[in-house]
Structure formats: structure tokens, C-alpha cells
Ligand binder design. Structure first.
Ligand code: PLP
Length: 389
């Protein structure tokens, strides 16, 4: 293909998203069973929508807010960080962002110089890899331990540190593997970061969705780590607010003006109507989180049961959190996960995501989302059973 001179080398390095590609292909097929989307299927709770409508009617949303976000919202976020994450903060340590993704991008832009290395567990959320590349950094993918629920390999992380390593970036609970890194593991990771003067950038999008006694731990709750962590959160998953594009980050007070220098050119401020909706989400009933969690838990159990019946085709680690899982394909055809998933889509009408989209150790796997109705899981697995038997 002829090189397009108009495009920057940074952007050229970014591969097309397999998730979007599968979505595009899925649209060409009738009556697809979707297991490929990681977005809540429920609608935003009514009281949140109503607060947004009230804010519009009262003429509160026509202008910019403070770049960091509405003070009232940052005050509520600060209370939530203490209550749910054990993170001490004040509102000047918080920036309200356009989803977790913009917060992560701003954090990486503020921290990473060209050529700096960022350690990422592999497989990981592919957006993180792209964010590092866009900042002209170098993603260093360190394989996780698959047979131990894709846990972090701390020895391998230690060995991959060089004089150019600047940061470690991870999501827990994990997209795509459903792993919840334990407090013990994250305390050890914190020691590694402190010994080597490394920043840690966290993506805690699925913080509330953990199962079987696994608990979410925020590395920023370790007092010694205060200066080394940027923690990114979102309303997307907890309150089914994907389209509102609203999240926030927490960091050391001295870092905030620097991160704001990256936030402002991309956003100026987060969408104001969504900030009012987020305020209502934090102040109102938290029942939706409990409801979503109990739905995801039974959906996970159903998916695992149906996968057990296909044990000659897939092997899997039971997800400890999030609403995603990452089965290994036992057939030789799975060596090329993209072709495998495209074939499943065309021939079985089941849409999944090829594991290669999440880093090289993702090959031979596919990602399944159980953030769907139980009917959808049943429909998809009935088709998979017919296809493979
Ligand atoms: C790990 C992870 N982080 C962030 C996001 C996106 O979050 P937001 O909508 O808040 O930008 C997703 C969405 O799937 C995700 O899986």
C-alpha cells in the first residue's frame, strides 16, 4: 500500500481496532448473537436522566465549567474515593474527564516523553497500548500468568524494567481477562514502582464488579504511593452511562496542573450536562450497581456452565471481576484468532472479539462479554454447540 504522506507516524503505528471491525462485520449479518461488546446493555437509571433534564431546563449547561469540573461534583467524587476506594483526597486532586479514556490519555500525555517505556500486562485493554503510542512512548507488554487467572507476573515485570521505563499501566478488574489483582499483588507492585521511581496509571472502570469474595483494591490508597499514581475512574460501567462520556481521575495535587495541560487542549472541560448527571449518580441511590453486579454474576455463571460443555474447544479461567472473559481456543484453527472469530461470525452467527486485539499473548484466545441478557448467552451458546458438535 502507498504510504499516505498526510498521516503522522504516531497514528500510522496504531492498528485498526478489531472490536470496531467485528462490529462492522456483525452489522452485515442478520440476527447475530452478540458477545463482543463491553458496554452495559441497561439504560441509565431514571433519576440520573431526570437530573440532566432539570439542569438543561434551568439553563445550567450552556457554558463551560471549570476545566477540572464542577466543584460540587469533585466534592462528591472526593467523598466517594474515601468511602469506596480508601483514597484520601481533596477536590483539587480531581479532574473530571470525558470518560475514563480521556483521563487515561491526559495522564499518559502528561507523564510520557518520546521513547519512554510503559509496562503493560498482556493481554490488556488495547486502548492503553494506543494511548502510549500516541504519546510517542513504547508499550512494553509483559505476559500475565494465564494458569493463575492471568495474574500479574511480578518477576517478569521487575526484569522488564530498563533505564527508560517511566510507568506501569493496568486495569483491574481486567478487560479482557476478568482478573482482579489482589491487594497483596498490588502492594508488591507498589514496592516495585517505589524502588524504581515509576509512575503507575490505573484504569478502575470495573471497580464495583468483583465476584466470589475477590475485592477491588486501589493502589492509590497506599499512602507512600500518593505521588506515584494517577487513578482513572468512570461512570460508564457503574451507572450504565456509556454515552454520557463522563469519568474522572485522581492524582497528587502538584501533578494536576500538569495533567490539566493535556486535558484542556483535548476537552477544555468535560461535557457539563453529563457532569450534572454524574452528580445525581453519586448523590442518589446506589442500587443500580448492586443490581448490575448480581445480573453479571448470574450471567458469568451461565456462560461458564455453557463453556464447560464445550471443553474440547475452549479452556478458560473463571473471571473474578468485570464482565469479560478470555477463553483459550484449543483447536489449531484458533492460532489465528482473527480468522477464527470471523468464521464464527459468518458460519455460526456469533460475534466475539479476537484475542490478538489485546496484545500478542492474546492470540489463540477470544474475548466474550457476559454483559448481555441471559437469553443472548443461551442463543449464542446454542449456536456454538450446534456449530462445534
Ligand atoms: C478497561 C476499560 N477502561 C475504560 C473503558 C472506557 O471507559 P469510558 O467509557 O469511561 O471512557 C472501557 C470500556 O470498555 C474499559 O473496558
Amino acid at each position: 500500500m502507498v504510504e499516505d504522506w498526510r498521516i503522522s507516524n504516531r497514528v500510522k503505528q496504531i492498528k485498526k481496532s478489531a472490536i470496531h471491525e467485528m462490529t462492522r462485520l456483525s452489522k452485515e449479518i442478520d440476527d447475530v448473537a452478540f458477545l463482543s461488546w463491553a458496554k452495559p446493555t441497561s439504560d441509565t437509571p431514571e433519576h440520573i436522566k431526570k437530573a440532566a433534564i432539570d439542569a438543561i431546563k434551568k439553563g445550567k449547561v450552556g457554558g463551560y465549567s471549570e476545566n477540572k469540573g464542577l466543584l460540587e461534583l469533585r466534592e462528591e467524587i472526593s467523598k466517594k474515593l474515601k468511602r469506596d476506594n480508601n483514597i484520601e483526597s481533596n477536590p483539587s486532586q480531581i479532574v473530571v474527564t470525558i470518560g475514563a479514556v480521556e483521563g487515561l490519555s491526559a495522564a499518559i500525555m502528561a507523564i510520557i516523553d518520546p521513547g519512554d517505556e510503559v509496562i503493560l500486562p498482556s493481554p490488556t485493554y488495547s486502548t492503553h497500548i494506543r494511548q502510549v503510542i500516541l504519546a510517542s512512548g513504547k508499550p512494553v507488554l509483559v505476559p500475565t500468568i494465564e494458569e493463575n487467572y492471568f495474574d500479574l507476573d511480578l518477576d517478569a515485570i521487575r526484569k522488564s524494567i530498563t533505564s527508560k521505563t517511566k510507568a506501569i499501566m493496568y486495569c483491574s478488574p481486567s478487560n479482557p481477562t476478568g482478573t482482579v489483582f489482589s491487594e497483596k499483588t498490588l502492594r508488591e507492585l507498589a514496592d516495585i514502582a517505589l524502588e524504581n521511581d515509576l509512575m503507575v496509571v490505573t484504569d478502575e472502570a470495573y471497580e464495583y464488579f468483583t465476584y466470589d469474595g475477590h475485592r477491588h483494591f486501589s493502589i492509590s490508597s497506599i499512602p507512600e504511593m500518593q505521588k506515584n499514581v494517577v487513578s482513572c475512574f468512570t461512570f460508564t460501567k457503574s451507572y450504565a452511562m456509556t454515552g454520557w462520556r463522563i469519568g474522572y481521575l485522581h492524582a497528587d495535587e502538584e501533578l494536576i496542573p500538569q495533567i490539566s495541560k493535556a486535558h484542556i487542549p483535548f476537552a477544555i472541560c468535560a461535557t457539563v450536562v453529563s457532569q450534572y448527571a454524574a452528580l445525581a449518580a453519586l448523590k442518589g441511590s446506589q442500587d443500580c450497581i448492586t443490581d448490575f453486579k448480581s445480573h453479571y454474576l448470574s450471567a458469568r455463571n451461565l456462560m461458564c456452565k455453557r463453556l464447560d460443555e464445550l471443553d474440547s474447544i475452549f479452556d478458560y479461567q473463571k473471571p473474578q471481576g468485570s464482565y469479560l472473559m478470555f477463553p483459550k481456543i484449543l483447536l489449531d484453527e484458533g492460532n489465528d484468532s482473527t480468522t477464527f472469530c470471523k468464521k464464527l461470525l459468518k458460519e455460526a452467527k456469533v460475534s466475539t472479539t479476537p484475542g490478538i486485539a489485546f496484545g500478542p499473548t492474546g492470540e489463540k484466545h477470544l474475548r466474550l462479554s457476559f454483559c448481555v441478557t441471559e437469553e443472548m448467552i443461551t442463543k449464542a451458546f446454542d449456536r456454538l454447540h450446534r456449530y462445534f458438535k
